[in-house]
Unconditional design. Structure first.
Length: 94
């Protein structure tokens, strides 16, 4: 999660930007022939949901819901990272 140093609006935009950059980075191992479809399909789903939460956070104007979305995104980012690493291991085993 990013600290709010440049204002809330800028921080939310940066979160979305990083999520947008993260998407091709996460799926690139498949296209570089490091991993197979066992990795690609869940990685696309996980990354898409990450981007979706980031987009919802950017568009939200209510500070209470905004805080809940930010907390949800933080928790999901930890789960996301764990699942990507788990998919790497599963793909290598299968």
């Amino acid at each position: 999660m990013l600290p709010v140093t440049s204002g809330i609006k800028t921080t939310k935009f940066n979160i979305l930007l990083y999520a947008f950059i993260l998407f091709p980075v996460v799926i690139s191992p498949y296209f570089l022939n490091f991993y197979g479809l066992v990795y690609l399909v869940p990685a696309i789903l996980l990354s898409s949901y990450y981007f979706y939460i980031s987009y919802k956070l950017l568009k939200e104007r209510d500070p209470i819901i905004e805080k809940k979305l930010a907390t949800k995104l933080f928790g999901y980012s930890i789960l996301f990272l764990f699942m990507i690493f788990a998919l790497v291991l599963i793909d290598k085993i299968i």
